[in-house]
Design a protein around this ligand. Structure first.
Ligand code: UDX
Ligand code: ADP
Length: 461
C-alpha cells in the first residue's frame, strides 16, 4: 500500500527537530508540518514575532522559519492532537547519557523515547509511519516496535530509522545539501514514503535505504569515526609541542593524502557537542554488553584522549602562570562548543573553566551567543562547587574588552570568527603584564600577536 503523507508531526523542537522540520516544511509547501514539544517556553520562542528570538541560533534558520511558519509549519504544545492528525511522526527528543542506575554515565537514557512511543500508541486512531530521528543505540527500534505493536488496537505502525547527520552551525546548509540521507526500515512502502519527501530536494542517488539496524549503527559509527579523527590529531598535537613539529603542518601534509582527506583534522582544546561523547559512550556500552571488551576499550580511548586534551590545556595555563592562578583573573573567550551556535552541551570551555576554578582562579567569560544564565547553569550542573561559589568566582561580560580588562591571561575556547578581528593591542594595553594568550583553537596569527608583545601559546605548536 503506497502512503500519501499530507501531515507530519515532529515530537521534540530542539537542535535537530527544529531546523530539520523547518527545511522539510520549506521544501514541501503542500505538506503540513507541526513541531510539538512539552517545553512551553521553547514553543513560545519558536513562535516569537521577532525571528531573532528563536530558541536556537543557526545561520539561515530564521529565514527558513520566516518563509514557512504559519503557512505549513506550525509550533505547538498540543502533542496529542498533532499525533492524531499526522500520517508520519518523527521522534526527535533528547537521548542524554543515563545519570543513574544501570549503565550510568555510559548508556543512552531512552525514557523520553519510550514516553513518546507510549503516547503515540495511546492516542493514534489511524495508521502511522514512525520515524526515529534522534541518535539511538542499535536496536531501539525493537523497543519502539514492541510498544507500538502491542497496543491491542487495529492501528498499524511502520517504524523507520532516519538518523540526522547535520552539524550545528551549518545545519541549514547540511539539510539543504546533505552528503547522504539514510533511511532504514522493514516495510518498503513506508521507506518509499519517506524517500519521496527527501527526493523533493535531494538527488535520489544520495538517498540510501538499508535495514533498520544498519541505519541505527551507521549513525553511531559516523560520529565515532569523526570524533576519533579529532582525538587522533589532538594526540599528535601534544607530540608536536614536545618535538617542535607544528600540528597544522602535519595535518595539512597527511590531509593531502586522498585516502585520509583534509577534513576534521583541526587540533583543538577538545571536541564537545551533544553527540560525539554520548554516541561513543553508547557504542562502548553496547560493545561491553555483548562482552566485546577489545572493541569497547578501543573506542573508549577516543573519550579518554579528549578528556586529557581539556585537562592538559588547563594545566598548561596554570603552569605557565607561575604555577598558580589563585585569585588571578583569566578571561575566557567563547563558551559554545563550536562557532556559530549557542549550544554549550559538553563544551570544552565548561571543563577548562571548572579545572581553573578548582585552582581558585577568577574567570570572566564572554561568548557572543551564550547568555550568562546558561554559563552558570553549565557550571552548577557539574556539582563541583555550589552555585554561590560559581557566582562569586565567575563573571560574565557582555563585552569582550571588558572581559579581558586586568586579566593575567586570555583563553580562547571557541573559534568565533569575530575574535580574530579584535583590537588585540587595545586588549593587551589593559591586561596585567606579562600578558598571556592560550589559544585552544589556533585562531590567531602568532606573528601578529607576538609582535604586540603577548606571550602566545597555541595547541600543537
Ligand atoms: C556532529 C557530526 O558532525 C554530525 O554529523 C552529527 O549529526 C552530530 O554530531 P556537531 O556536534 O554539531 O556535529 O559538530 P561538529 O562540527 O562535528 O564538531 C564537534 C566538535 O568537534 C566541536 O567541538 C568541534 O569544535 C570539534 N572539532 C571538529 C575539532 O576540534 N576539530 C575538527 O577538526 C572538527
Ligand atoms: P536535540 O539536539 O537532539 O534536538 P534537544 O534537547 O535540543 O535535543 O531537543 C529535544 C527536545 O525534545 C526538547 O525540547 C524536549 O523538551 C523535547 N522532548 C523530550 N521528550 C519529549 C516528549 N515526551 N514530548 C514532547 N517533547 C519532548
Amino acid at each position: 500500500m503506497a502512503f500519501n503523507v499530507k501531515k507530519i508531526c515532529c515530537i521534540g523542537a530542539g537542535y535537530v527537530g527544529g531546523p530539520t522540520m523547518s527545511v522539510v516544511a520549506q521544501q514541501c509547501p503542500d505538506i503540513e508540518v507541526t513541531l510539538v514539544d512539552m517545553n512551553t517556553a521553547r514553543i513560545a520562542a519558536w513562535n516569537a514575532a521577532d525571528l531573532n528570538e528563536l530558541p536556537i541560533y543557526e545561520p539561515g534558520l530564521a529565514e527558513v522559519v520566516g518563509e514557512a511558519r504559519n503557512r505549513n509549519l506550525f509550533f505547538s504544545t498540543e502533542i496529542e492532537k498533532a499525533i492524531q492528525e499526522a500520517d508520519m511522526i518523527f521522534i526527535s527528543v533528547n537521548t542524554p547519557t543515563k545519570n543513574y542506575g544501570k549503565g550510568k554515565g555510559m548508556a543512552a537514557d531512552l525514557k523520553f523515547i519510550e514516553l513518546c512511543a507510549r503516547q503515540i500508541a495511546e492516542v493514534s486512531t489511524t495508521d502511522k509511519i514512525v520515524v526515529e530521528k534522534s541518535t539511538l543505540p542499535v536496536r531501539t527500534a525493537a523497543a519502539l516496535k514492541s510498544i507500538l505493536h502491542n497496543t491491542g488496537s487495529a492501528v498499524n505502525f511502520h517504524i523507520l530509522s532516519n538518523p540526522e547527520f547535520l552539524a550545528e552551525g551549518t545545519a541549514i546548509q547540511d539539510l539543504l545539501n546533505p552528503d547522504r540521507v539514510l533511511i532504514g526500515g522493514e516495510n518498503e512502502d513506508a521507506i518509499q514514503a519517506l524517500v519521496a519527501i527527501y527526493a523533493r530536494w535531494v538527488p535520489t542517488d544520495r538517498i540510501l535505504t538499508t535495514n533498520l539496524w544498519s541505519s541505527e549503527l551507521s549513525k553511531l559509527t559516523a560520529n565515532a569515526f569523526l570524533a576519533q579523527r579529532v582525538s587522533s590529531i589532538n594526540s599528535i598535537s601534544e607530540l608536536c609541542e614536545k618535538t617542535g613539529a607544528n600540528v597544522e603542518e602535519v595535518a595539512k601534509a597527511i590531509g593531502m593524502d586522498s585516502r585520509i582527506g583534509a577534513k576534521f583534522l583541526k587540533a583543538s582544546v577538545g571536541f564537545g557537542g551533544s553527540c560525539f561523547q554520548k554516541d561513543i559512550l553508547n557504542l562502548v556500552y553496547i560493545a561491553r554488553s555483548y562482552n566485546l571488551q577489545e572493541v569497547a576499550n578501543y573506542w573508549e580511548q577516543v573519550i579518554l584522549m579528549n578528556d586529557h586534551q581539556k585537562h592538559r590545556f588547563a594545566d598548561n595555563i596554570i603552569q605557565t602562570l607561575f604555577n598558580t592562578v589563585n585569585g588571578k583573573k583569566i578571561a575566557i573567550l567563547g563558551w559554545a562548543f563550536k562557532k556559530d551556535t549557542n549550544d554549550t552541551r559538553e563544551s570544552a570551555a565548561i571543563y577548562v573553566a571548572d579545572h581553573l576554578l578548582n585552582e581558585m582562579a577568577n574567570l570572566s567569560v564572554y561568548d557572543p551567543k551564550v547568555p550568562a544564565e546558561k554559563i552558570y547553569i553549565d557550571l552548577d550542573n557539574l556539582n563541583t562547587r555550589n552555585a554561590a561559589e560559581n557566582q562569586s568566582l565567575v563573571t560574565v561580560s557582555a563585552d569582550p574588552y571588558e572581559a579581558c580588562k586586568d586579566a593575567h591571561a586570555v583563553a580562547i575556547l571557541t573559534e568565533w570568527d569575530a575574535f580574530k578581528d579584535y583590537d588585540w593591542a587595545k586588549i593587551k594595553a589593559h591586561m596585567k603584564k606579562p600578558a598571556f594568550i592560550f589559544d585552544g583553537r589556533k585562531l590567531l596569527n602568532r606573528q601578529q600577536i607576538e609582535s604586540l608583545g603577548f606571550n602566545y601559546y597555541a595547541i600543537g605548536e
